[in-house]
Design a binder for this molecule. Sequence first.
Ligand code: FES
Length: 335
Amino acid sequence: MRTGSGQAGDPPAAGQQAEPAISSPFAATWLVAWHSDLAAWLDRLGWLRTLSDWLTAVLGPVRERHQDNLALELLHGGRWVGHPLHPALSDLPIGLWTGVMVLDATDRDPAPRRGIDAAGMLSAAGILAAGATALTGLSDWTVSNDQDRRVGLFHGLLNTVALGLQGASLGTRMAGHRSTARALGAASLTVTAAAGYLGGHLVFTKGVMVSRVAWAIGPRRWTRALQEADLPDNSPAAVEAEGRQIMLYRHRGRLYAIDNICSHAGGLLSRGPVADLTVTCPLHGSRFALADGCVRRGPASQPQPVLPTRIRNGWIEVRGSQPAPRRRASGRTQP
Ligand code: FES
């Protein structure tokens, strides 16, 4: 008779042979780990780090000099679009170059033709769109950090190779070498797909350009954040209430509370300067109005949530989301 709870981890009963444990085959482990291994491998490439540091040293000061330029902000998408532009634009070259492949695959005419045909038009339109996409990507890249910056650079390099291949494909197509053009076009789309995968990794795995305050809620009731005496005028303070990080600020006796995590990439706003009731993020310079959290300047495209405040018994209290309305117990009817 078998004894024990039957839960995993119970030792085998006396006299029983332990069944061999079924271990995951190597291939199965690799199948689920290769993407994180790939990002880590890219991050270790010495030449990629060197190139990333060099580009940062060149582009960083340029960006700082022009960070008030509205055209630069629009390249990020910014407050007017409400989203980053780069992911949306990147659909254009992918779609147009996929159209080239479809037209080539369905074209049964083997005769060499010089000039530009329908597939060539799509290829050229995709090249133009890729140029605009690259500009927005480069702009986003200058406000990324650490490993994201290096993976993003590799993503950009792959896209540059894809663009070169597509340009060569268009050139050979117009010269009448259609087989070569098709092969180059297919290679371009393959490299584009690899670059797109890395772009997906940056957005969906690393949360690059994803609002860092999208899930900011709470505290659900008035919660003590700081003693009133500990908040002098015109001096930001970082506090935490029920796990939510909040920046408090007082100006001429009026209190302001705003999420302390910058919606762009998580910079701590309480470490940035405040002027005219506008706080500047110390990481990439986004500016937010303290009164309503709206974006005064990008790269952030999403406003900072603001929290109501009150003073009770010498404490500054804050509250986040409103409590959910009470629901009546189901199954009962009111008389
Ligand atoms: S983290 Fe980039 S602007 Fe704040």
